[in-house]
Design a protein around this ligand. Structure first.
Ligand SMILES: C[S@@+](CC[C@H](N)C(=O)[O-])C[C@H]1O[C@@H](n2cnc3c(N)ncnc32)[C@H](O)[C@@H]1O
Length: 340
């Protein structure tokens, strides 16, 4: 059966911890039609590279080649591949000019995706960005991105999806792009980028550690200070179950969903727990909790991700906050390739 599968060679740009790789491995196990095979990746952040190498290898056990800074990759030297994946950091670029190749994305990392895809002509593109890219003052950049893909020969569709609609109790909205090279046959007219929404069955409690490390907790003095600056009454954190405190909007989320996971330097205190001996319980997420909420299976008996020992809480939290939520990506990739 394995030998009959269509092999889709993938170049994983802006790889982070390899969110695309994780999802593709899951799809490989489930699909009878296709098998994704990563042929190389590009990443510049050392903690991401270490995390990637600790968790993804070639079939022969060797490390995958990291091509490093995408701006320095000589596209002609890359191996052939069938799909480019990447969550590209978004720098707005000039949208002056009009269609038909006059748009000039130079100076943006998006330009490097275009440069590489122009040379390598992968059949598919699978990209991600923050939702604000397609709204407000970024909208012209978004329109220009779609125009450029059209000009270089790709039929591209986009969608905004929320992880909380697909099984993970995290409110995480992201913008997804899927493109197919037009000369390989355009996408079907009824092509859908929206997998069927599934009501949440598992809520935040099930994603939290049974016995969180005491180091994660704030002192009563620190909690009183937060209540003070957020204008909350003394008993505000007297909850009956473990819930997320949405630090940005200054409120406890009673829907039992976690706010968007962001790098820990943004807002570290996220979990409020029932008081113990009259004392409030308010804490950061552990690293395992970060990754569970990013779709990873982590139990006492099984871990889908291994952390190199030298990586710190901040580095790992940063990787999680910037990563792809892999449950959603698996569902989206399956949904897309089932239609091709
Ligand atoms: C939004 S994150 C992508 C996360 C990734 N999809 C994952 O699942 O973890 C963007 C990544 O691009 C990387 N990056 C930024 N500039 C880069 C460059 N010039 N070349 C290669 N990677 C770059 C960052 O270090 C970061 O890990």
């Amino acid at each position: 059966m394995e030998s009959k599968k269509e092999i889709i060679r993938v170049f994983e740009g802006f790889a982070g911890y390899g969110g695309a790789s994780y999802a593709m491995k899951r799809v490989n196990k489930l699909s009878r039609k296709i098998r994704f095979q990563v042929v190389g990746y590009s990443e510049i952040c050392q903690s991401a590279i270490d995390l990637y190498n600790a968790n993804h290898k070639q079939r022969n056990g060797k490390l995958l080649k990291n091509w490093g800074d995408i701006t320095k990759i000589k596209e002609i030297e890359l191996p052939d591949f069938d799909m480019f994946t990447g969550g590209f950091p978004c720098q707005p670029f000039s949208t002056a000019g009009s269609r038909n190749g006059e748009l000039d994305p130079r100076g943006s990392l998006f330009a490097d995706i275009v440069r590489i895809c122009r040379e390598k002509r992968p059949k598919y593109l699978f990209l991600e960005n923050v939702v604000s890219l397609c709204r407000g003052k970024c909208k012209p950049t978004y329109d220009a991105i779609l125009d450029i893909f059209d000009v270089i020969g790709y039929d591209v569709r986009t969608v905004i999806l929320n992880s909380a609609d697909y099984g993970i109790p995290q409110s995480r909205q992201r913008l997804w792009f899927f493109g197919k090279r037009k000369d390989s046959g355009s996408l079907p007219d009824d092509f859908s980028m929206t997998p069927k929404i599934v009501p949440l069955k598992h809520f935040i409690e099930e994603f939290l550690d049974e016995h969180p490390n005491e180091e994660l907790y704030r002192t009563q003095l620190q909690i009183d200070h937060i209540k003070d600056i957020h204008g909350k009454p003394q008993d505000y954190f007297h909850v009956a179950e473990r819930l997320c405190y949405d630090y940005y909007n200054r409120k406890i989320r009673t829907d039992r969903i976690c706010m968007t996971i962001t790098p820990p330097n943004h807002n570290v205190v996220r979990i409020v727990e029932p008081p113990v001996n009259g004392m409030d319980r308010f804490r950061k997420l552990s690293i395992d909790e970060h990754f569970r909420l990013m779709g990873f299976k982590i139990t006492d008996k099984y871990r889908e991700i291994h952390y190199p020992e030298h990586l710190t809480y901040r580095e790992l939290g940063e990787r999680a906050g910037n990563g792809w939520e892999i449950n959603l990506v698996t569902i989206l990739l399956k949904h897309i390739f089932n239609q091709l």
